[in-house]
Design a protein around this ligand. Structure first.
Ligand code: ADP
Ligand code: MG
Length: 241
């Protein structure tokens, strides 16, 4: 579904991604782990060209994104849902309207269809009773679940999560991870940057360990967590497990 070849990204002289190669297959759940500053967010943002790579290419469903004009790129970006650490809901819109606005405005979806879809998605994330609530009245965990539902409302082919639970109070982490795990079980293709190692072990088909702008090592959760090969992976896991 997504391929990235010889991806490099520098901010001035700071080389953040050095030579990144990989792919995400349809239906696969890829989890990216690694120390802070290793380039995980930059890689994720390069996948949908929120960040323009300095060189290299990104291929999404056989189309090279690098080099597309902005209109075409925006059409393809709609197929990649993104969920960030901060929830970024529209504060002046009810939960239901948060889920309806993009399908209506961007896709031209009829109001009634957007409404029934929004209700179905709210049910999927366990918040069907919050339709009329405003974001500020929800807990962080609830807001993040709405953010996930909002991304799903565009019917994406792949979901990109950048530390979706890092800003949450500990007691809310589980409910958000549960929603992401349920989504994985529906066969959604996903790339998840996270520090939740237990979650990574459970849901990942493949785990990528990044350090200092490189993919140091990747493999199944068993390979990476139980039999890491590289010292940098071992050192990192020793700190976080
Ligand atoms: P991670 O998500 O693994 O913590 P990031 O991809 O956010 O790492 O950052 C990797 C490096 O890139 C850091 O040194 C960070 O300061 C730098 N960086 C990220 N985004 C920008 C930016 N927009 N401008 C300048 N430097 C950036
Ligand atoms: Mg990050």
């Amino acid at each position: 579904m997504i391929k990235f070849n010889h991806l490099k990204k520098s901010f001035d002289k700071n080389e953040v991604l050095i030579d990144i190669n990989g792919e995400v297959k349809k239906g696969e759940v890829v989890v990216i782990i690694g120390p802070s500053g290793s380039g995980k967010s930059t890689l994720l943002r390069c996948l949908n060209l929120l960040e323009t790579p300095t060189s290299g290419e990104i291929i999404f469903e056989d189309i090279a994104l690098t080099g597309l004009n902005e209109t075409k790129l925006n059409q393809l970006r709609e197929k990649m849902g993104m969920v960030f650490q901060s929830f970024n809901l529209f504060p002046h819109l009810s939960v239901l309207d948060n889920l309806k606005i993009a399908p209506i405005k961007v896709k031209g979806m009829p109001e009634t269809e957007a409404e029934s879809q929004a209700r179905r998605l709210l049910k999927q994330v366990g918040l069907e009773d919050k339709d009329t609530a405003y974001p500020a009245s929800l807990s962080g965990g609830q807001q993040q679940r709405v953010a996930i539902a909002r991304a799903l409302a565009m019917n994406p082919k792949v979901m990109l999560f950048d530390e979706p639970t890092s800003a949450l109070d500990p007691e809310m982490v589980g409910e958000v991870l549960k929603v992401i795990q349920d989504l994985a079980e529906t066969g959604m293709t996903m790339v998840v940057v996270t520090h939740e190692m237990g979650f990574a072990k459970q849901v990942a088909d493949r785990v990528i360990f990044m350090d200092a702008g490189y993919i140091v090592e990747e493999g199944t959760p068993e390979q990476l967590f139980d039999h890491p090969e590289h010292n940098r992976t071992k050192d990192f896991l020793a700190k976080v497990l």
